[in-house]
Design a protein around this ligand. Structure first.
Ligand code: SAH
Length: 355
C-alpha cells in the first residue's frame, strides 16, 4: 500500500468516514481477497461487528409469496415483460404453513417478499399480516413488496408488520433511469423509504453491486444516501444477469467488490443489520461465508414451498431452490459455523438507533 492510501485508510478506520474521492479509492483499490487493504478493512469490520453483535448471526425466513409483478425493471427476472415466467401466488394458508414450519425451526423473523402484485390488495396483505401476528406474538414480520402509498404502509404497520425492506437500488437519478423504465424514479423510492421510517418501521435499504453502468461514484452516492437515511438494515448483493431481461449480456457483479462494500458498510454503519445474501452465495460457493467474515451478520434462508422456489427467479442459477426449509437451515448452520459464527434463535432487532 502506498503512503497516500495508508493515510486514507488510517483516517477512515479512526473516523469512520472519508471525503468522496477518498471513499472512491477505498472502494476500488486492491480488491484482491488477500491484499493488505482488503485484510485491514475486513478485520476492522469484523472487530466492530463482534463488539456489537458478538458472533451471533440472525436468520430471516424468506417467504417469496408471489412472482407476479407490474413493474418492468431491466435487471429483474420476474419483470412483467418476461412472458416466459410461470407465475404463482401463495394463499394465506400456504403462507401460514411456511411460518409454522419456520417457527418450529427457530425462525423469529418472517420476510414476506414478492413482486408488486396488485392481486394482494391492502386488505389482503393486512389480513395475512394480522393472521401471522395473532399466531406468533414474538416474531418480527417484515414486508418487501415494493412502492406503496403512505396510507398503505400505515395499514400494514397497524396490522402488525414491524420491518420493511425496500432497496433504493442506486441513489443516482441518472443511473436509476438506466436500470428502470420511466415510470419508476429514485425520488419515489426515497419518499417511500422516508415514509416507512416516519411510520416507525425498521427500514432496510440497499443496492446491487456491479449493476449495469454502475460507477464508483455511484457507489459513493449510495453510501452518502445511506448516511442521510440511516436505515436499520442494508441489503447488498452482486448483480447477476438474467437471460430474459434487457441485461442478459451484462457483466455479473464482482465477489471482491461486494465483500469490500460489506466491510466499508460495517465500518460506516456499525449497528446496521447486513445480510450475506443469496446472490453472494450464488456467484461463489463460499460467498455467504466470505460475506459474514467481511462484516455481514444476517442470513436469509428460504422458507418458500419447494414447488415454487425455482419460479421466483430474480436472476439465474439462484441457489437453495431444491431444498426443504429444514435442510436449508442445517446447511446454513454449518456454513455459519465454518465461518466462525453461530446462528441464534432471536428476532434479531437492530441493537440501537445509530443516529
Ligand atoms: N418487489 C420487491 C422485491 C424485489 S426483489 C421490491 O421492489 O422491493 C429484491 C431485490 O432483488 C431487489 O431490490 C434487487 O435489488 C434484487 N435483484 C433483482 N434482480 C436482480 C438481479 N438480476 N441480480 C441481483 N439482484 C437482483
Amino acid at each position: 500500500m502506498d503512503r497516500e492510501m495508508q493515510l486514507i485508510l488510517d483516517n477512515f478506520i479512526n473516523n469512520k468516514d472519508a471525503n468522496d474521492s477518498e471513499l472512491a479509492m477505498l472502494i476500488e483499490t486492491d480488491l484482491d481477497i488477500d491484499s493488505e487493504l482488503t485484510i485491514v478493512l475486513r478485520e476492522k469490520a469484523d472487530k466492530i461487528r463482534q463488539s456489537i453483535y458478538g458472533k451471533d448471526v440472525y436468520i430471516r425466513g424468506l417467504i417469496e409469496f408471489t412472482n407476479y409483478c407490474k413493474n418492468n425493471c431491466y435487471y429483474c427476472g420476474i419483470r412483467c415483460g418476461n412472458v416466459k415466467v410461470n407465475r404463482y401466488r401463495l394463499t394465506k394458508e400456504e403462507i401460514l404453513e411456511c411460518c409454522r414450519e419456520g417457527y418450529e425451526l427457530g425462525f423469529r423473523t418472517f420476510v414476506l417478499q414478492g413482486g408488486e402484485d396488485m392481486y394482494y390488495t391492502d386488505d389482503i396483505i393486512c389480513d395475512i399480516v394480522s393472521s401471522i401476528r395473532t399466531l406468533y406474538t414474538d416474531v418480527a414480520i417484515t414486508l418487501s413488496i415494493g412502492e406503496k402509498s403512505k396510507e398503505s404502509y400505515e395499514s400494514y404497520y397497524k396490522a402488525g408488520a414491524n420491518r420493511y425492506l425496500l432497496r433504493h437500488e442506486t441513489a443516482t437519478d441518472e443511473h436509476y433511469r438506466r436500470l428502470h423504465p420511466k415510470e419508476l424514479a429514485f425520488e419515489t423510492r426515497k419518499k417511500c423509504l422516508y415514509n416507512l421510517k416516519e411510520i416507525g418501521y425498521q427500514v432496510g435499504a440497499g443496492f446491487m453491486v456491479g449493476s449495469p453502468y454502475q460507477t464508483t461514484e455511484n457507489l459513493v452516492a449510495d453510501l452518502r444516501f445511506l448516511q442521510e437515511l440511516q436505515p436499520d438494515m442494508i441489503g447488498i448483493g452482486p448483480f447477476i444477469p438474467h437471460n430474459e431481461t434487457p441485461f442478459a449480456d451484462a457483466k455479473q457483479g464482482g465477489l471482491e467488490l461486494t465483500l469490500r462494500m460489506l466491510s466499508i458498510l460495517r465500518i460506516m454503519f456499525p449497528y446496521a443489520l447486513l445480510p450475506s445474501t443469496t446472490a453472494l452465495g450464488t456467484i461463489h460457493p463460499s460467498g455467504r461465508e466470505l460475506g459474514l467474515k467481511a462484516g455481514a451478520n444476517v442470513v436469509m434462508p428460504n422458507l418458500s414451498p419447494v414447488g415454487v422456489r425455482k419460479l421466483y427467479e430474480l436472476y439465474e442459477n439462484k441457489i437453495c431452490t431444491g431444498d426443504e426449509a429444514a435442510e436449508c437451515k442445517i446447511c446454513l448452520e454449518k456454513r455459519v459455523e465454518n465461518a466462525g459464527y453461530k446462528i441464534v434463535t432471536d428476532r434479531g432487532d437492530v441493537k440501537k438507533e445509530y443516529k
